[in-house]
Design a protein. Sequence first.
Length: 233
Amino acid sequence: MKALSFNNVSKEYSVGHGVVRALDGISFDIESEKVTVILGPSGSGKSTMLNLIGGMDKLTSGQLMVFGENISQYSERELTKYRRNRIGFVFQFYNLIPSLNAYENVAIVQKMNGNSFCAKEMIRNVGLENRLKHFPSELSGGELQRLSIARALCKNPDILLCDEPTGALDSETGRMVLELLTDMAKKYKKTVVIVTHNASIALCADTVVHLKDGHIEEVVKNEKPLSVDEVDW
Ligand code: ADP
Ligand code: MG
């Protein structure tokens, strides 16, 4: 089943007197309950693409369908609801709230969404049950990313968007986080989109979208995605 459809999507940013065309008439689909990796060098438009899917930014032209709904025509109000209920975001630098402890950082999303999972269960899932009272400043990079995965999943979103989720981690920790991300996505049947410039991560994806200068170079389906421990990082 199709989760997302980009139909001739362009995104331009105004800069000074000119414009930057970050995405240039892109068309492709993302399948539901699969892992899709968007692979491309810095500046190729990866974050822009993720921000459009996440309803954090609006496209300039074209159409973006999410589970059959045209989100490019959503009002601000509809977009806020969409972001809150349907999207989980995992960032490179975690975006946790420094003044809340680990438990509170996850539990906060429970309050916003009636359909959410139990915060403690999600924290247990990522192996941080003995860190509930720790503040972000008291956790390692790998622990912070595991916590942010727990937070993203806790609100039970349809789509999990991950922008360079292993970009700030050493290779061993990065592997662990990637494995957790794909396991959790399978367990909870989420559509996962991972943005990266690390080609190794792409070997574990069901589909790889190669992006360059705002264009799609190719879309490759992996018949047999590798497990994370089979990949040289
Ligand atoms: P990536 O995530 O692949 O590194 P981005 O999507 O962040 O790429 O950026 C794609 C292009 O759009 C780059 O040339 C970048 O400079 C430009 N860009 C991104 N965000 C903005 C913005 N808010 N304003 C102006 N230009 C932007
Ligand atoms: Mg980026």
